[in-house]
Write a protein that binds this ligand. Structure first.
Ligand code: 2AM
Ligand code: CA
Length: 280
C-alpha cells in the first residue's frame, strides 16, 4: 500500500535541493574534476555527476524513506517495477556538454507514483531556467506559466535531432528522417535530451527525436511535454516504457501526427530498419 504523499511538500523540497545542487555544480567549474567513460568512449561521467546523484539520494532517502530512486549513476535502487513512488534522476544530463562547454546541461527529475507522472523538473543550470510542473496544474518556466503548445505547419517547424540519425548508423535507416529535414524550417542539436524535451514543452522546438534514451533521460521531459499538451511516443509510435531504454519521438500534436503519417510510417512500410536501444 502506497502511503499518502504530500505532493506540495515534495515539490518545494525538490526545488530547494535542485537549486542547492545547481550551486555546487557551478562552483565545481573553479576546481578540476575527474572524467571517465562508461559504455563507450563518448559516454562520459565525472565526479560531479556522481556527487550530485549521491546528494539527491541522501536528501530523498532522508526525507522520504519509502520512495525509490532510479538514478543514472547507479547509486539508487534497482527498479524492476513501477509500484509506489519512484524518482527518475539524471544528476547531469548532457555530461559531454558539461565537460566540453560548461553549459547546455541539466538536472532532470521525474517523480512517478504507480507509473503515473506526479512532478517533473528540468533545471538548465547555467541559464538558471527551471522547467517544472505538478500534474494537472500547468507547466512553469521559473515563476512564469508557459502557454499551451501552438501547432505550426511542417514548413515552419524546428526539429531537434542529432546528425547521427541521418548519417550511416546502426539504429535507424537515415532515409527515414532525411526527407523531413528538407521540408522543415530547421534543425537544432543541443546535446541534452532533457533540455531538448523542455524546449519542446515550452514551445521553443516543435519536435525532438532520439534513438537511445534511458528512463532518467526522458521521465521528466515526458511529463513536462504532456502537461503542455504535447505527444510523447517511441519512434514507431508506441507507448514509452518507463522501465527500459527507448527510442523517443516527441512534439506538438500536429507535428507528431504529421511526421508519423508522412515520414515514419512510410519508412517502416518500406522495411527501412529501426532498432530499439535495448537491441545491440
Ligand atoms: P547523458 O549526458 O546524461 O548521458 C546526448 O545526445 C543525449 O543523449 C544526452 O541527453 C545523453 O545523456 C543521452 N544519452 C543517452 N545514452 C547515451 C549514450 N549511450 N551515449 C551518449 N549519449 C547518451
Ligand atoms: Ca547523466
Amino acid at each position: 500500500m502506497t502511503q499518502q504523499t504530500n505532493w506540495n511538500r515534495v515539490y518545494d523540497d525538490t526545488i530547494k535541493w535542485i537549486k542547492e545542487a545547481g550551486e555546487e555544480i557551478m562552483s565545481s567549474f573553479t576546481t578540476s574534476f575527474n572524467i571517465e567513460s562508461k559504455s563507450n568512449p563518448n559516454d562520459l561521467v565525472t565526479d560531479i555527476d556522481k556527487q550530485t546523484e549521491k546528494f539527491f539520494i541522501q536528501k530523498i532517502k532522508g526525507t522520504y524513506p519509502n520512495h525509490r530512486i532510479m538514478g543514472e549513476e547507479g547509486f539508487g535502487d534497482k527498479i524492476e517495477d513501477l509500484d509506489g513512488v519512484i524518482w527518475f534522476l539524471d544528476p547531469i544530463d548532457g555530461t559531454m556538454n558539461f565537460v566540453h562547454q560548461q553549459t547546455n546541461f541539466a538536472i532532470s527529475i521525474g517523480i512517478y507514483e504507480d507509473g503515473v507522472g506526479k512532478l517533473a523538473f528540468i533545471y538548465d543550470v547555467t541559464k538558471d531556467e527551471l522547467y517544472h510542473c505538478k500534474k494537472g496544474s500547468g507547466l512553469y518556466l521559473n515563476d512564469k506559466k508557459v502557454k499551451p503548445l501552438q501547432s505550426t505547419n511542417l514548413s515552419e517547424s524546428l526539429l531537434a535531432i542529432n546528425a547521427t540519425w541521418v548519417t550511416e548508423n546502426h539504429r535507424i535507416d537515415p532515409r527515414t528522417f532525411s526527407p523531413l529535414l528538407k521540408k522543415i524550417r530547421g534543425t537544432r542539436s543541443y546535446g541534452s535530451a532533457a533540455i531538448e524535451m523542455a524546449f519542446v514543452a515550452a514551445g521553443r522546438l516543435d519536435g525532438y527525436v532520439s534513438l537511445r534514451l534511458a528512463p532518467w533521460d526522458f521521465a521528466a521531459g515526458k511529463m513536462l511535454i504532456e502537461e503542455a499538451g504535447g505527444i510523447c511516443t517511441t519512434v514507431d509510435n508506441k507507448e514509452i516504457d518507463l522501465l527500459d531504454k527507448n527510442t523517443i519521438f516527441v512534439g506538438t500534436p500536429k507535428f507528431h501526427s504529421q511526421v508519423q503519417k508522412e515520414y515514419i510510417q512510410p519508412a517502416l512500410d518500406q522495411n527501412f530498419y529501426l532498432r530499439t536501444p535495448s537491441t545491440k
